[in-house]
Design a protein around this ligand. Structure first.
Ligand SMILES: *Cc1c(COP(=O)(O)O)cnc(C)c1O
Length: 383
């Protein structure tokens, strides 16, 4: 008998993180509502407090996401809680190279840390591989000549949908002795596996595509090594950004259907991006699935599919706001990755001055693509 081929990601998303396959066991790890557990003995220690070692509900989610990413996962209260734990891996005074475009909350966290003297930040356009490699090696704008301690990457980015050459940049990070973190929220664990491309650490806001229903906040950090995973769990234990029990349960429930949700949403994203490109009111479309998008070739290499996030630009802030107001099926809302399509004019947020004022970030959901197009084309005509 020949050995079965390794399970495919769509199957792992369904099968990982289950209880043992014994008669009478439930199919799902139950929702464990517990802070306190009966004490163990010196010979047989157990987790006695959930903040220390987690619960079976957290572990099921961690096992599934870890299996998909090829690493060891730790769940947190939110994506930002996981980001904070990741940033705690570097010493005070670290040199952090970060993208000019990335999630607004992480940017604010990095700038606040720099203002407090926690680390120094050096911003680079991560689509410029040569400039990023040089900044990591020590030719950054702070002119210290020191190599980076941490390279923070996000690909595709929120909201400019920039695609970074993860293989080349992870190699540069390794050569400089820097930790490399990739925020993989937009790609999802099914669309991209940064650890396999050379990253040390991966971040997910499970609030988005993993949860998939706009009903929870959860974050997940995934480490390539057991040592780094243990350091992340220690940050969670001491800083206290623990996931909620129901949130962890629902995030895993969401992950079970990620493959079908993502397949539908990204197929629709491709159709809508192509139509938006032809629309007279649309000045630019950013989606790596478009053949002439600057990120197309790289995304085709390093991603499985092009994702369900796209951005498009209309003539200015007023026109973009009018589109948001006129939409009926697509919801004007800030979060993303849900079954429901959402849209937001990102430049309205503080600290997002680098975003074109008429840029709309569009999270494509699982509605019928023609209903989405009818809604968009009517709103563009009204705007
Ligand atoms: C939302 C988001 C985060 C932050 O996650 P929360 O769960 O909101 O704390 C981080 N990165 C990206 C790319 C995001 O979209």
């Amino acid at each position: 008998m020949t050995a079965a081929s390794p399970r495919r990601p769509e199957t792992i998303a369904v099968t990982a993180g289950r209880p043992t396959a014994a008669p009478g066991e439930p199919l799902n790890v139950p929702l464990v509502l517990a802070s306190n557990f009966r004490a163990g003995t010196p010979d047989a220690p157990v987790t006695e407090y959930s903040r220390d070692g987690g619960t079976a509900t957290w572990h099921a989610l961690e096992a599934a996401v870890g299996a998909l990413e090829g690493g060891i996962a730790a769940a947190f209260a939110s994506g930002m809680g996981a980001a904070t734990a990741l940033l705690d891996l570097v010493p005070v005074g670290a040199r952090v190279v970060m993208p000019t475009d990335s999630y607004s909350g992480v940017r604010a966290l990095l700038f606040d840390g720099a203002a407090l003297g926690r680390w120094n930040v050096d911003q680079v356009d991560i689509t410029d591989t040569a400039a990023t490699v040089a900044a990591v090696a020590g030719a950054g704008s702070d002119s210290s000549g020191r190599p980076a301690d941490l390279l923070w990457l996000e690909s595709p980015t929120n909201p400019l949908i920039d695609v970074a050459d993860l293989t080349a940049l992870c190699r540069a990070g390794r050569e400089a002795g820097a930790l490399v973190v990739v925020d993989n929220t937009f790609a999802t664990p099914l669309g991209q596996q940064p650890l396999a491309l050379g990253a040390d650490l991966v971040l997910h806001s499970a609030t988005k595509f993993i949860g998939g229903h706009s009903d929870l906040l959860t974050g997940i950090a995934v480490a390539a090594s057991g040592d780094m995973a243990a350091r992340l769990v220690r940050r969670r234990q001491l800083a206290g950004a623990t996931p909620g029990a129901l949130e962890a349960f629902l995030a895993l429930r969401g992950l079970r259907t990620l493959a079908v949700r993502l397949a539908r949403a990204q197929e629709s994203a491709g159709v809508l991006a192509a139509r938006l490109l032809e629309h007279p009111a649309v000045e630019r479309v950013r989606y790596p699935g478009l053949a002439d998008d600057p990120g197309h070739a790289l995304a085709a290499q390093q991603m499985n599919g092009f994702g369900a996030m796209l951005s498009f630009e209309v003539s200015g802030a007023a026109a973009a706001d009018a589109v948001c107001r006129a939409l009926r099926v697509v919801t004007n809302a800030t979060s993303l990755g849900g079954v429901e399509s959402t849209i937001e004019r990102r430049a309205k947020l503080a600290g997002q001055e680098h975003i074109p004022p008429g840029l709309l970030r569009f999270s494509v959901g699982v509605e019928h693509v023609e209903d989405l197009w009818d809604d968009l084309s009517a709103a563009l005509a009204a705007g």
